[in-house]
Write a protein that binds this ligand. Structure first.
Ligand SMILES: [Fe+2]
Length: 277
């Protein structure tokens, strides 16, 4: 079993940078059924049941950092040891939600990823949709896949390669979920989208009704991804960050990585696909 998978790491929170962090936090609170509150230094946090997004003053549409929580202390120690063995420089964790045992790494594109232990969440009511995965955009997805699998111990669940064999997309896992981190080949580096897992089709319908009440049109979907087999809809926030709401994501116990063709059908078995490059 690979290190990140045996550590049971899951995406716990994200920090997005924004030129208008208070307004963006208010959008997430209203749209994504969360509560927003200010933090120090012009930072904001929006929190809902099993989902949290932080907002920092900065350039809009940029990732501050992503934070993965490990199942327990042993899992965190294993990822730390794996990173040290791989010669990955360890950085202090930037997250106010993790304790002093947390650390961070920077991937080949400079994305900062923290690993830590999460305190028990208070019980919160609201629409179901835990924060579930982050998808990066990169000019060099091969380097991204190598870094996360070879140096941190993530496992690749699926890939897309074009007719020339170039890696176009990779989906990687840190637990039993098909992917918690993915990467699309893209002309721009940073975040492609982040996703919340509603679990069930009927809950996606409730999310769509919530968007409809707010006159927020679906940007893509409903559809079903080939890799991961998950149902999806996408909406866009005021900074043009793509938000996915997903359901029925594949559970992977142990299987070889599958390779998919670079075509629209791969990313949407039901219709129009957005291939990014
Ligand atoms: Fe996704």
């Amino acid at each position: 079993m690979s290190t990140a998978v045996s550590a049971g790491a899951y995406l716990h929170h994200l920090q997005l940078q924004s030129a208008a962090p208070a307004a963006l936090a208010a959008f997430y609170a209203d749209t994504m059924d969360m509560t927003a509150r200010p933090l120090d230094g012009g930072h904001w946090i929006a929190e809902g049941p099993l989902r949290r997004v932080l907002f920092a003053p900065g350039e809009s549409k940029r990732l501050g950092y992503a934070a993965f929580a490990c199942r327990d202390r042993d899992g965190l120690a294993a990822i730390r040891a794996r990173a040290e063995r791989g010669g990955v420089p360890l950085l202090p964790s930037p997250s106010p939600l993790f304790g002093t045992e947390a650390f961070a790494v920077a991937d080949p594109d400079g994305n900062v990823i923290a690993f830590g232990l999460a305190p028990q969440d208070p019980v919160r009511s609201g629409l179901r949709g835990p924060l579930q995965h982050l998808t990066l955009a990169s000019r060099d997805p091969d380097a991204i896949e190598r870094f996360y699998t070879e140096q941190l111990g993530l496992l690749t669940s699926d890939t897309v390669r074009d007719a020339d064999g170039r890696l176009m997309v990779c989906w990687m896992r840190t637990n039993h979920e098909h992917h918690t981190l993915a990467c699309f080949r893209h002309s721009q580096q940073g975040v492609d989208h982040h996703s919340y897992e509603a679990g069930d089709w009927s809950v996606i319908k409730d999310w769509c009704d919530r968007m409809g009440d707010r006159r927020i049109p679906l940007m893509w979907g409903p559809g079903r991804h080939g890799p991961g087999n998950n149902l999806f809809v996408f909406v866009v926030d005021p900074d043009d960050n793509w938000i996915e709401i997903s359901a029925e994501l594949e559970v992977v116990y142990d299987r070889p990585a599958k390779q998919w063709p670079h075509e629209e059908h791969t990313v949407n078995l039901w219709g129009r696909g957005i291939l990014r490059s």
